[in-house]
Design a protein around this ligand. Structure first.
Ligand code: S3P
Length: 405
């Protein structure tokens, strides 16, 4: 069996990069913000390009250090064209909040996946704040038209889904009100926006992305002789539940050098392979703290002894693909007994054979099945692999460099 060894430098956190780009752009005009270990994946480039279309300029200090030349909250300019966010849900939802408060009108859209993802969840609270937004279809789907020149006011809003993107869209719009909005979510979800606002500085060091690291953490866990070291990974408590679940399954994960930089908790993570994993059961309360790690956790479940159960995860159907369908279909193709539930799935551990699977154009599904290759009995052919660049451009390079026979 193949195994993973060595020090692996995971790229910067996607959620924090988006937020640092946006808040850096509207920091006081004339300020220069350095974003170190900035993720340069398609999703984050979509946010950078959208801000550039709004008149913000950027320069590069070194490979992963981006410099933002801030324009102030009233310094954005009307874009000359419709803003295209590509595949990035975080970009469209956060920027809709920002654009709703501008004196100019704008339109925003994305690829076919984005045009199928629900936007009413951001439109509804922003309208309550006084925004004028229309959606191309069913009051829910992009392209969105945002009419400028509205005076927004603060709201108290209770979200029915635990969405950090919606919470952040309201926070961005709220900057332009005279009051203070409050947002409650049914369960705790990522708080990077709040942390960034409380700790904003001209020098931001972005931690490694735990959602990207999770692919290597599971890869090392399921390949017995592995021993890897991942420096400076974000372990913000609203994001780190993947570690809790894996540790309960019996994974050998240790954290060293735990520290806080720019308000974000981070640590170096060492992972060694194990011979046996227990199945897990998770439900609604923990889901937002590991929502993006469910595909790779399902691969860990496929390598465990018994049936793992995921409930309260209906939100998975509204991600870059319907992840419940994609995971179940792919695992079944590989000979694993997996079943769809309305709001989740079950996965019975077994022997991963080989076969042809589809990523559905979803980066996290593609990476899940790329890791499955390490333990599969035969070849796994994955359709539509390029989507990995959405969040993790050097994923295959790092995997190749760290894999040994
Ligand atoms: C994100 C929030 C989550 C997550 C997404 C990134 C963010 O989405 O799945 O990948 O950066 O705020 P929701 O807000 O839809 O839960």
């Amino acid at each position: 069996m193949q195994n993973l060894r060595g020090i692996i430098h995971i790229p910067g956190d996607k959620s924090i990069t988006h937020r640092a780009l946006i808040f850096g752009a509207i920091a006081d005009a004339g300020r220069t913000i350095f974003l170190r270990n900035c993720l340069q994946s398609y999703d984050c480039l979509a946010t950078r390009d959208a801000l550039a279309a709004l008149g913000v300029s950027f320069s590069t200090e070194s490979a992963n250090t981006l410099v933002i030349h801030a324009v102030g909250i009233h310094g954005l300019q009307q874009p000359s064209d419709i803003i295209d966010v590509g595949n990035s849900g975080t970009t469209i939802r956060l920027l809709t909040g920002l654009l709703a408060a501008q004196r100019f009108s704008s339109s925003i859209t994305g690829d076919l996946s984005i045009q199928r993802r629900p936007m009413h969840r951001v439109i509804a609270p922003l309208r309550l704040m006084g925004a004028k937004i229309t959606a191309a279809r069913e009051d829910n789907f992009a392209p969105l038209n945002i009419e400028g020149g509205q005076t927004l006011h603060a709201i108290n809003y209770s979200l029915s889904v635990a969405s950090a993107q919606v919470k952040s869209a309201i926070t961005l719009a709220d900057i332009y009100t005279t009051g203070t909005s409050t947002v409650t979510t049914p369960y705790t979800c990522r708080d990077h926006t709040e942390i960034l606002l409380d700790n904003f500085s001209d020098d931001i060091v972005i931690p490694g992305d735990i959602s990207a690291a999770a692919f290597f953490i599971v890869a090392a866990t399921i390949t017995h002789q592995s021993d890897i070291f991942l420096p400076d990974i974000g372990i913000n408590p609203t994001r780190n539940a993947v570690l809790e679940v894996l540790q309960k399954m019996g994974a050998n994960i240790s954290l060293v050098n735990v520290k806080v930089v720019n308000g974000e908790l981070r640590a170096d993570i060492r992972v060694r392979g194990v011979n046996k994993l227990e199945p897990f059961t998770i439900d609604a309360e923990i889901i937002p703290r590991l929502i993006d790690e469910i595909p790779i956790l399902c691969l860990a479940a496929a390598c465990a002894d018994g049936v793992s159960i995921i409930r309260g995860a209906g939100e998975l159907r509204y991600k870059e693909s319907d992840r419940i369908k994609q995971i179940v279909a792919g695992l079944q193709q590989l000979g694993i007994n997996a079943k769809e539930l309305v709001d989740g799935l079950t996965v019975e551990g077994g022997i991963i054979q080989g076969g042809m699977v589809s990523s559905g154009g979803d980066h996290r599904i593609a990476m899940m099945f790329a890791i499955a290759r390490l333990v599969a009995k035969q070849e796994i052919i994955i359709q539509d692999m390029e989507c990995v660049d959405t969040s993790f451009p050097n994923f295959f390079t790092l995997l190749r460099e760290s894999t040994h026979v």
